[in-house]
Design a binder for this molecule. Structure first.
Ligand SMILES: Cc1cc2nc3c(=O)[nH]c(=O)nc-3n(C[C@H](O)[C@H](O)[C@H](O)COP(=O)(O)O)c2cc1C
Length: 235
């Protein structure tokens, strides 16, 4: 559960904050053949540890001029194709992805001394996939998706609440809320996936999967073990 009303610490010193990470080494031989399989193992472990919101990930996008921006979103699905999140297509991130599909994802699993960093490209999921997920959202979140023109300026909180209230009169609890046309999912297809495991004395493990360019006639290797090579990076 999140802290509802955090009380500020008087004088925290970030320079004095230092943890020693202790864990078993991450070895090449233990890696799954494909990164999404390895991701599934790590995600299952994060859930089993009771990590708070293990599906929260930082998505970084960039304008075509290379100006980056980041924000947290919730991963709502993953499989061998990649990672799915839902958002407003006209938000800052939505617009940046439309103009430049290259993105980065980061899962910051600090309590496990782990992080996963993905680079790849994002593309809209099909409308049927968006609709299927939208139907699973609570009624209030469905209305919220309509009420918020995400990333646009708004003059006050009252304006938002007012929009929400008029929508809840139009679509009372129990009534089906249509899927907002400007809202939906993006799937991130990974090009690289780095698994980072912290260790003592900053001798961390960094193992990265890199998608091999599929050569002609090797299409069948796409998405399978042969399509990925792994490499170790200095911490
Ligand atoms: C834990 C957490 C989860 C979030 N999940 C989502 C999400 O799934 N989709 C989304 O659009 N925004 C989500 N947000 C809000 C975004 O971080 C961000 O404020 C919003 O999407 C607007 O970003 P943009 O203006 O850069 O496009 C989440 C924020 C936090 C802190």
């Amino acid at each position: 559960m999140p802290h509802e009303n955090p009380v500020p610490h008087e004088n925290p010193d970030p320079a004095a904050m230092r943890e020693q990470y202790r864990s078993t080494p991450l070895l090449e031989a233990d890696l799954a053949p494909a990164p999404m399989e390895e991701f599934a193992r790590w995600f299952q472990a994060a859930v089993a540890c009771g990590l708070y919101e293990p599906n929260a990930m930082v998505v970084s996008t960039a304008t075509p001029e290379g100006r980056p921006s980041s924000r947290t979103v919730l991963m709502k699905a993953y499989d061998e194709r990649g990672f799915v999140f839902f958002t407003n297509y006209t938000s800052r991130k939505g617009r940046e992805i439309e103009a430049n599909p290259y993105v980065s994802l980061l899962f910051p699993w600090h309590p496990l001394a782990r992080q996963i960093i993905v680079t790849g490209t994002a593309a809209r999921v099909g409308r049927d996939e968006t609709a299927a997920y939208f139907r699973t959202r609570p009624h209030g979140s469905q209305l919220g998706a309509w009420a918020s023109d995400q990333s646009a300026l708004v003059d006050s909180r009252e304006t938002l609440l007012h929009r929400y209230e008029s929508l809840s009169t139009r679509y009372p609890e129990g009534e089906q809320v249509p899927v907002p046309p400007r809202w939906g999912g993006f799937r991130v297809t990974p090009g690289t996936v780095e698994f980072w495991q912290g260790h003592e004395n900053r001798l961390h493990d960094r193992l990265r999967y890199v998608r091999e360019q599929a050569t002609e006639g090797a299409e069948s290797a796409k998405g399978t073990a042969e399509a990925w090579r792994t490499e170790r990076l200095c911490p």
